[in-house]
Design a protein around this ligand. Structure first.
Ligand SMILES: Cc1cc2nc3c(=O)[nH]c(=O)nc-3n(C[C@H](O)[C@H](O)[C@H](O)COP(=O)(O)OP(=O)(O)OC[C@H]3O[C@@H](n4cnc5c(N)ncnc54)[C@H](O)[C@@H]3O)c2cc1C
Length: 472
């Protein structure tokens, strides 16, 4: 089937696979992790969502021994802690978060709640029956988010009015139509929208048609962090914030050391550290940590939104090479993310001044989509780290010679919903219940090889240059 021309395939076209892998066989690639140690740094968040960050718990102040140590207080870590305690209430489970919960991608994203995985979004693999199962699994998980929100009493502003991928070229429209036809024959309720229907929903005339998934939606991501934090704590997990794990000694009982000098003995370990995972020496050759940018406007009144024409509260992203994604907050702000991403040498964190050109690009795109917004200023702009895998496939599973290190990563910008599916799978794996998940391609999936520095940087720059050149 014809494929959509999306950014979601840009890294694959980068020099990683070719030049990088070739160079990767030479000695420098082997020794480079020792020459260039990745920094264990965490930028504070400037995200609009961070204004709703839950109150932070105190850091770990003593040495402890636990059954399960979860590293990372984002969606993956908090949901894994919740599910592990739900399955095994007798286990001592701790979450260790370097800054505050939601300081990573979970509190900085584009708020689109999507079905499927990034590599299979609007695209069938060679096993469509499994793709349908992934659709059902992820659609069901969105209903679980709603139930958890109700159970914790924390409103995460989940709106399940669907999600749109807008289309601009006849090739993309043809591919989307073919996908919808096959999907509907398998019982997936997705739709192809013509231009008029799209204009009636979101007001802008710049796109030609759209793919609509009625199971998608929009959420306040930091409030979802709060939901999972509360659910994990209610289930009996302990959460320590401002607690950075600086090193890990693997063993039948893993030994973790925090940057403040405490140790944690843990029978099982969950790596829920997303794009930061390589900094601890794991999955260094699987993930490219790429910075993406998001900005938000002031709130618009109902009347102003009606004038813009955004009548149906659905988020949308476009199908071009250089993807942009837009949504509406509960109080009527428009947020826009995407554009040209950045990669900093050795998986480094960016410097704040880097943002200006990205936010200017987001502003231009917003005005292109909605010309009446010319002159509107952003109230906040921020960046966040995406854990790209080269073919955009995620992986969840168990690693390490003692088979007691569990992980979920490689969401490739498609993790608001999938992360807690993986949290649930991690809990099952930790409890020895692998069987139901064996049918899914993401279980223990081997991710494509990413070379070490400087080849990773060269590959990323080549890929991003290609991306900028071909982006419309
Ligand atoms: C700009 C942007 C836009 C996005 N838009 C969307 C979208 O619209 N829809 C969608 O589905 N997905 C989107 N995503 C992807 C989605 O946000 C992520 O896939 C998801 O949040 C990943 O959650 P996580 O818990 O795995 O990782 P994170 O939320 O990144 O959590 C990892 C946590 O680990 C902590 N940590 C790391 N190392 C250590 C250590 N050594 N010790 C202790 N703690 C540590 C970090 O501080 C961090 O809080 C977007 C991502 C970004 C960055």
């Amino acid at each position: 089937m014809q494929q959509l021309s999306s950014r979601r395939r840009f890294l694959k076209k980068a020099a990683f696979a070719g030049g990088g892998a070739l160079l990767g066989t030479v000695g420098l690639n082997q020794i480079s992790p020792k020459i260039w140690r990745e920094p264990l740094e965490f930028e504070p968040s400037r995200s609009y969502w961070a204004r709703s960050q839950p109150l932070q718990n105190p850091p770990l102040k003593e040495d402890i021994a636990v059954d399960v140590a979860v590293l990372g207080g984002g969606f993956t870590g908090l949901s894994a802690a919740y599910y592990i305690r739900s399955i095994s209430p007798h286990k001592r489970v701790v979450v260790l978060e370097a800054k505050g919960c939601g300081n990573g991608a979970s509190g900085r994203n584009g708020a689109m709640v999507l079905t499927m995985t990034a590599d299979r979004y609007m695209q069938f693999s060679s096993a469509p029956a499994i793709d349908k199962k992934i659709y059902d699994l992820t659609a069901e998980n969105i209903r679980t988010l709603s139930k958890l929100s109700a159970a914790t009493g924390i409103d995460c502003e989940l709106e399940t009015n669907g999600a749109l991928q807008v289309l601009g070229t006849s090739e993309d429209m043809q591919a989307a139509k073919a996908y919808v036809q096959q999907a509907r024959s398998l019982g997936m309720p997705v739709e192809f929208w013509d231009k008029q229907r799209l204009v009636d929903a979101i007001g802008t005339e710049v796109y030609e048609a759209a793919f609509f998934d009625p199971n998608g939606g929009h959420i306040h991501p930091m409030k979802l962090v709060h939901v999972f934090k509360a659910a994990a704590e209610n289930a009996g997990a302990e959460i320590y914030e401002n607690t950075t794990v600086a090193s890990i000694e693997e063993g039948r009982e893993n030994l973790l050391h925090t940057s403040s000098g405490h140790s944690i003995k843990a029978k099982s370990l969950v790596l829920a550290t997303n794009a930061f995972t390589s900094r601890l020496g794991f999955f260094r050759n699987s993930i490219v940590p790429v910075h993406e940018y998001v900005a938000v406007t002031q709130p618009f009144s109902e009347q102003q939104l009606a004038e813009i024409g955004w009548r149906k509260r659905v988020p949308f992203n476009d199908s071009r090479t250089e993807v942009f994604y837009l949504g509406l907050t509960e109080d009527g702000r428009i947020h826009i993310g995407g554009g040209s991403p950045s990669y900093f040498f050795n998986s480094g964190v960016g410097d704040a001044s880097d943002g200006a050109s990205h936010f200017a690009q987001l502003q231009r795109e917003l005005v292109r989509i909605y010309p009446s917004l010319s002159g509107v200023k952003f109230e906040a702009g921020w960046n966040g780290l995406v854990d790209w895998s080269l073919d955009e496939s995620p992986s969840v599973g168990c690693t390490g010679s003692n088979k007691n290190i569990f992980y979920g990563l490689g969401y490739s910008g498609h993790g608001v919903n999938l992360t807690s599916v993986f949290g649930r799978i991690i809990a099952d794996l930790e409890a020895g219940r692998e069987q139901p998940w064996k049918q899914f391609p993401f279980l223990n999936a081997r991710l494509d090889y990413v070379p070490n520095e400087p080849f990773r940087w060269l590959g990323a720059q080549t890929g991003l240059a290609w991306y900028r050149l071909t982006g419309s």
